[in-house]
Ligand binder design. Structure first.
Ligand code: C2E
Ligand code: CA
Ligand code: CA
Ligand code: CA
Length: 278
């Protein structure tokens, strides 16, 4: 038993060392990754549930590191937020996504809004609105073809500042949606005050919608509340036909998830647009 305990302990320290060295690698590598052009954007389609037509797309960043391969944003976005790298990285993502969307429009594909995820720190930055305006000007993308996905974490700051910024963005014609809806807190009071267009139901509620009555209740409630507030409701994380059928039955407007496509590189995404055009 003593031997076993010792082995467990060694096993634990090896794992811990791995975690620490990966964290250090991330921190060091992340600073250089932007210069080294190691970030990539993948795109995932959004569909109108009734017509089945493509209605938009979401830009999701990846870090393609020569040594460690593709690294998920869940692993590096928190660090980019802590270090402030999210400001230049976020601007690069915004620019790249807008430029790509404009390029598709210039190629004659159906014009649809591209959704870009924002971190709270990016949104709070005093130059944020100016940056968005400049990026739209530089890329020549019409504001109505840009959608910003924000989370309830932006409300951690001065709420009247947040509302003012959202109103400014909205007045430019940019679309706004609340991401991960239902996972934060105080969601309901802000829904009325924020000039948003869409609610995105978090995938954690969609996962078991077809066999967990509680999740189904939550999803049904979000959909009807969203509709009463004249908001578009979208479900993320749709992986199978059962989930899709429930969402259709309960009048969800849009869907997104692996059932349709994972996030993919721009080149591959063109194929979806080609289909939509034909
Ligand atoms: P999110 O914005 O809620 O994005 C949805 C996540 O679910 C994405 O993970 C997407 O690839 C994944 N997903 C899509 N369909 C399915 C599905 O059917 N099933 C399951 N299980 N997952 C699905 P990803 O790309 O790893 O991004 C994770 C999170 O990282 C995002 O969550 C977002 O919070 C953040 N993130 C990603 N890209 C950016 C970005 O450009 N800027 C910022 N600030 N955050 C980003
Ligand atoms: Ca999102
Ligand atoms: Ca989510
Ligand atoms: Ca998220």
């Amino acid at each position: 038993a003593k031997e076993k305990g010792k082995n467990n302990f060694q096993f634990f320290t090896v794992e811990l060392n791995e975690v620490i060295s990966r964290k250090m690698m991330l921190e060091k590598g992340l600073r250089k990754a932007l210069e080294k052009k190691e970030f990539k954007i993948h795109y995932q389609p959004k569909y109108n549930i009734k017509s089945g037509t493509i209605t938009g797309l979401e830009a999701l960043v990846r870090w393609d590191n020569s040594e460690h391969g593709i690294i998920s944003p869940m692993e590096f976005i928190p660090n980019a937020e802590e270090t402030g790298l999210i400001i230049p990285l976020g601007e690069w993502i915004l620019y790249t996504a807008c430029a790509q969307n404009k390029k598709w429009q210039d190629e004659g594909f159906l014009a649809i809004p591209i959704a870009v995820n924002l971190s709270a720190r990016q949104f709070q930055h005093p130059h944020f609105v100016d940056t968005v305006v400049r990026v739209l000007n530089e890329t020549c993308l019409e504001p109505r073809y840009l959608e910003l996905e924000i989370t309830e974490s932006i409300t951690m700051n001065n709420v009247s500042d947040v509302i003012e910024k959202l109103k400014l963005l909205k007045s430019l014609g940019i679309k706004l949606s609340i991401d991960d809806f239902g996972t934060g807190y105080s969601s309901l009071s802000y829904l009325k005050k924020f000039p948003i267009d869409s609610l995105k139901i978090d995938k954690s509620f969609i996962k078991d919608i077809h066999n967990d009555p509680d999740d189904l209740t939550i999803v049904k409630t979000i959909i009807s509340m969203g509709h009463n507030l004249k908001l578009n409701v979208i479900a993320e994380g749709v992986e199978n036909i059962e989930q899709l059928m429930f969402l259709e039955k309960h009048k969800c407007d849009q869907v997104q998830g692996f059932f349709f496509s994972p996030p993919i590189p721009a080149q591959e995404f063109s194929e979806f647009l080609r289909e939509a055009n034909s």
